[in-house]
Design a protein around this ligand. Structure first.
Ligand code: PLP
Length: 391
């Protein structure tokens, strides 16, 4: 079939293909432990589910305004203003089906053919896919375990050129669990202050998943707020265990919010109405479920990190945020993809090769610890057994 040429430039997310492979094995009777997909295993808290059902019963079954219902935009503006200590108006908020469309829409709206986009590597693969798709040029800044998966600031500065249009940040990060410290953020802000023409896409979807220290956003830095040149991406999928509801948002300069809304009108029209009412309850209702989930994630993190470090040839740093462990596996003598395939086929443990997140991910595997402690412990036992049997 003849497809438009641009389709060759569109990438994908290996998590979904590995999940499909694991499901195919399950269909043939194998029992697989899923540590590949990045979604909380918890159910959405009951009061949020109830708000979604109530919205449907109350007749919220129609199109909503394209950028979102006013109550939700106002609640998001208030929450982002509070948590980042900045001023935000509801007009700067666009609600989308998940946070992912904000990546696509912001890149479509900002990046012209030939423009350079500075982004971390390894990183969420959709950034690179989207930049390539629109004809932009990705420029990678490596993240390394020895540096806590933070930027080397000199490398970051060297990556900027006259053609740089956009910088993408993601902290806490997928796939590494790395976190940019407040000092990193101020140093990046100082570098970016020399380049007022460069926009920033700050993917803060894991902002609540921080196990020590406090969350720092580039958007809190003078001149880098969402009233200037930063797009904050955040959402409900991870924080409130709402991946399947498909709801997230971006906060950005108003003229850009208008363009992103136009892209939404041209694609989704608006975000699912009931999901918007559920999200409103998520933001304004009790937050104790979030705290409980976070405590559980911390216990799982400690379990998986100590277990991984006991595997022969595996060395795992303690991730400071998100819910991924990204151990170095070079000591096993296997390339990442081969080891990931082997763990799936021999041990029934689904995880991802670091190379699915870019070339600097070689030598690493990504394990999502969004699974029960019991399953994590079983996965570690099975991995230890499989590795001990390797030639
Ligand atoms: N950003 C990062 C770094 C992610 O890992 C994900 C999901 O895996 C997203 C954004 C998008 O999440 P959603 O579209 O479900 O809000």
């Amino acid at each position: 079939m003849r497809l438009a040429g641009r389709m060759e430039r569109l990438g994908t997310e290996t998590a979904f293909s590995v999940l499909a492979k694991a499901r195919a094995l399950e269909a043939r009777g194998r029992e697989i432990i899923h540590l590949e997909i990045g979604e909380p295993d918890f159910d959405t808290p009951a009061h949020i589910v109830e708000a979604g059902c109530r919205a449907l019963r109350d007749g919220h079954t129609h199109y909503t305004p394209a950028p979102g219902i006013p109550e939700l935009r106002a609640a998001i503006a208030a929450e982002v203003a509070r948590s980042r200590n900045i001023e935000v108006s509801p007009e700067q908020v666009v609600v989308t089906p998940g946070g992912k469309p904000i990546m696509f829409f912001a890149i479509l709206a900002l990046v012209d053919e030939g423009d350079e986009v500075l982004l971390p590597n390894p990183a969420f693969p959709i950034y690179e896919s989207m930049v390539n798709f629109v004809g932009g040029q990705p420029v990678f800044v490596p993240l390394r375990q020895e540096n806590g998966f933070r930027f080397d600031l000199e490398e970051f500065r060297a990556g900027l050129s006259e053609r740089t249009r956009l910088v993408i940040l993601n902290s806490p990060a997928n796939p590494t669990g790395g976190v940019l410290t407040p000092e990193d953020i101020s140093a990046l802000a100082a570098i970016l202050s020399e380049r007022p023409d460069v926009f920033v896409l700050s993917d803060e979807i894991y902002s609540r998943f921080l196990y020590s220290g406090s969350f720092a956003s580039i958007a809190s830095e003078p001149g880098l707020g969402p009233d200037g040149r930063t797009v904050i991406l955040d959402g409900f999928s991870k924080t409130y265990a709402m991946t399947g509801w498909r709801i997230g948002y971006g906060v950005m300069p108003e003229p850009l919010a208008e363009s992103v809304t136009r892209l939404q009108v041209n694609s989704n029209s608006c975000t699912n109405a009931a999901a918007q009412y559920a999200a409103l309850e998520a933001l304004t209702g009790p937050q104790d479920a979030v705290e409980r989930m976070l405590d559980e994630f911390r216990a799982r993190r400690d379990l998986i990190v100590s277990g991984l470090n006991e595997l022969p040839g595996v060395e795992c740093a303690t991730p400071q945020g998100a819910f991924y462990a990204f151990p170095r596996i070079e000591g096993t003598g296997y390339p990442a993809q081969e080891l990931a395939d082997l763990l799936l086929e021999e041990a029934g443990v689904a995880c991802l090769a670091g190379t699915g997140f870019g070339r600097y991910g070689e030598g690493h595997l990504r394990f999502s610890y969004a699974n029960s402690r019991e399953n994590i412990a079983r996965a570690l036992e099975r991995a230890a057994d499989a590795l001990s049997r390797l030639p």
